[in-house]
Design a binder for this molecule. Structure first.
Ligand code: GDP
Length: 329
């Protein structure tokens, strides 16, 4: 893309809003670009698209590799387009490599949905800081919504901090689990269950059905301890089979019930507002760290202070105070 003129951006925005697929792809490429002039143009474009966004229901989906995320999204997505929805699938995977490895949101992993004219699948933005990857996915979500997608599914792996980043950008967070080994809760982090709006035990088919039932009662018991009494929403625990399309309609009915409840109570708007503020702060933190690390005075002084710290000639607090003073903070 050459220098994006204001006129180009107006044109691109109206094409996105008209639902032109090529424009949608171009807009997301712009949002994902790290070139400073593209970054500025992307922000300008987003400002034009923002009034047309926000209407989709945003659902995050996590689970360990192999739990069946892509299989489930493929089937669920097609169920939804069959009912007239337009479904966008995005992903957050800071470790994702374009060569090899599982690239979340990859079209080859969702072969059926990828062929669906009412679906749009975008792999995770290329590896980078979690903040950078999450920001690009979040901004891509705005573009998809402006293009008329009314369901946005955001996939992430069940490892690391990326789950929190996704939970912070969606209206509903779904955790997929494997049947069996329910007694030790599969070593799954308690923190993830606390983020969950619903747990679904996948692969509840064939020989796994009985094990899935046991896992469900274990998770229900765990939730009873975790969910405060009187909470407006108790995360349902369901058995599904993404492969065989079992339980997915019931699962989506719960998503819709949650939406209706949280719209009525105002919780949806409150959650989104809170997310905006958190987003602002995480961008401020990332921006501050970047400025700090690239400041020539800090670059010159930091190695000296680090050496002093190792030798016991200063304290971490004194060193930090000096660095912040250099920046005028
Ligand atoms: P992901 O890494 O979480 O995206 O998992 P995949 O969707 O790639 O699935 C991993 C493997 O589990 C594949 O071989 C799938 O065919 C299989 N699988 C996924 N969902 C189901 C299911 O509901 N039942 C069964 N039996 N197998 C499944």
């Amino acid at each position: 893309m050459t220098r994006p003129e204001k006129l180009d951006l107006d044109d691109l925005a109206s094409r996105v809003i008209a639902g032109e697929r090529a424009a949608l792809g171009r807009a997301i490429t712009l949002v994902e670009s790290r070139r400073p002039d593209h970054e500025r143009a992307a922000q300008e474009l987003l400002l034009k698209l923002l009034p047309h966004s926000g209407k989709a229901y945003r659902v995050g989906i996590t689970g360990v590799p192999g739990v069946g995320k892509s299989t489930t999204i493929d089937t669920l997505g097609r169920n939804l387009t069959a009912r007239g929805h337009k479904v966008a699938v995005l992903a957050v995977d800071p470790s994702s490599q374009r060569t090899g490895g599982s690239i979340l949101g990859d079209k080859t992993r969702m072969a059926g949905l990828a062929m669906d004219p009412n679906a749009f699948i975008r792999p995770s933005p290329a590896a980078g800081t979690l903040g950078g990857v999450a920001r690009r996915t979040r901004e891509s979500m705005v573009v998809c919504e402006a293009a008329g997608f009314d369901v946005v599914l955001v996939e992430t792996v069940g490892i690391g901090q990326s789950e929190t980043a996704v939970a912070d950008m969606v209206d509903f967070f779904l955790v997929l689990l494997l049947p069996g080994a329910g007694d030790d809760l599969q070593g799954i982090k308690k923190g993830v269950i606390e983020l969950a709006d619903m747990l679904a035990v996948n692969k509840a088919d064939g020989d796994n059905a009985a094990r899935a039932r046991r896992a469900i009662s274990d998770y229900r018991a765990a939730l009873q301890i975790l969910v405060p009494p009187g909470a407006a929403w108790t995360p349902p625990v369901l058995a599904i089979s993404g492969l065989n399309n079992i339980g997915l309609d019931e699962m989506w009915a719960e998503v819709e019930r949650h939406r209706a409840l949280s719209e009525k109570s105002g919780a949806l708007g409150a959650r989104r507002n809170e997310q905006q503020i958190k987003w602002l702060w995480s961008m401020l933190e990332e921006g501050m760290i970047q400025r700090l690390k690239s400041d020539p005075r800090v670059k010159a002084r930091l190695p000296v202070l680090e050496a002093d710290l190792r030798q016991g000639r200063t304290t971490a607090t004194l060193a930090a105070t000096e660095i912040l003073k250099l920046l005028g903070i």
